[in-house]
Design a protein around this ligand. Structure first.
Ligand SMILES: *Cc1c(COP(=O)(O)O)cnc(C)c1O
Length: 227
């Protein structure tokens, strides 16, 4: 199937699973060539996610030079020596989990740019992974981000541990949704509207449990080749 056909299929499934709710589709284009992004764009897709700073910056620069306006989300692990490029090139950073990173993103975002949209990454089920913070640590970091003028806290992101156990999957997504609602309640004046969870293999469960943004790679672009 072509990228356009895959996108049509995924969009149909999202509508079916989300019922009357609005769930955004982020097309995860990491490792895929610019041609794949252009095909998806031609089929109506406007928001793309990249995991590697340098690769993302190259694609963003190409599109800017061609006058193609897309929305770019950084969704990979972020080291402090790469924050400047994310602050300068991306529209969103979904993987903020430390004050130091948030501070640098704020300081490196230009005043003439719109504030950088930020999600806090939560380590919801995989204690061993170093990506994300524990749910209980979200409060001070949220307060810190809300004090940064060049950042806009939009919500939470998680990558639950891959598992075949649907109940375990549901539980992780459910905990994320509860934390998201608590965050909205704690900061009612903040524009917290995004719960980013669900990938190609667990999209339905994530949407059932309240996801507002799914991040889909292989189901749109095909399997990735890391060779
Ligand atoms: C690669 C990646 C995805 C997409 O995964 P698929 O299984 O290909 O849909 C989503 N989110 C993050 C953070 C990723 O790194």
């Amino acid at each position: 199937m072509s990228i356009a056909e895959n996108l049509a299929k995924i969009n149909g499934l999202i509508r079916q699973y989300a019922k009357a709710r609005k769930v955004q589709l982020l097309a995860v284009s990491k490792t895929k060539p610019i041609e794949a992004i252009l095909q998806a764009h031609k089929a109506g897709q406007c928001a793309f996610g990249e995991n590697y700073v340098q690769e993302g910056v190259e694609k963003i620069t190409f599109c800017q030079e061609q006058g193609i306006e897309l929305e770019w989300h950084f969704i990979g692990p972020l080291q402090s020596n790469k924050t400047k490029l994310v602050a300068e090139y991306f529209d969103w950073c979904q993987t903020v989990s430390r004050e130091k990173i948030a501070q640098r993103l704020n300081d490196q975002r230009h005043p003439y740019q719109a504030p950088l949209n930020v999600l806090i990454q939560i380590n919801i089920s995989d204690e061993e992974s170093k990506s994300g913070i524990r749910a209980s640590d979200v409060w001070p970091l949220a307060e810190f981000i809300l004090r940064q003028p060049r950042l806009k806290l939009r919500g939470l992101m998680a990558i639950p541990k891959a598992t075949d156990n649907v109940l375990e999957q549901q539980e992780a997504f459910k905990q994320m949704h509860e934390l998201f609602i608590a965050l909205q309640k704690a900061f009612p004046q903040a524009p917290i509207d995004t719960l980013s969870m669900g990938m190609s293999d667990d999209m339905q469960t994530a949407i059932d449990q309240g996801s507002t943004m799914v991040r889909i790679g292989s189901a749109i672009f095909g399997a990735r080749d890391y060779a």
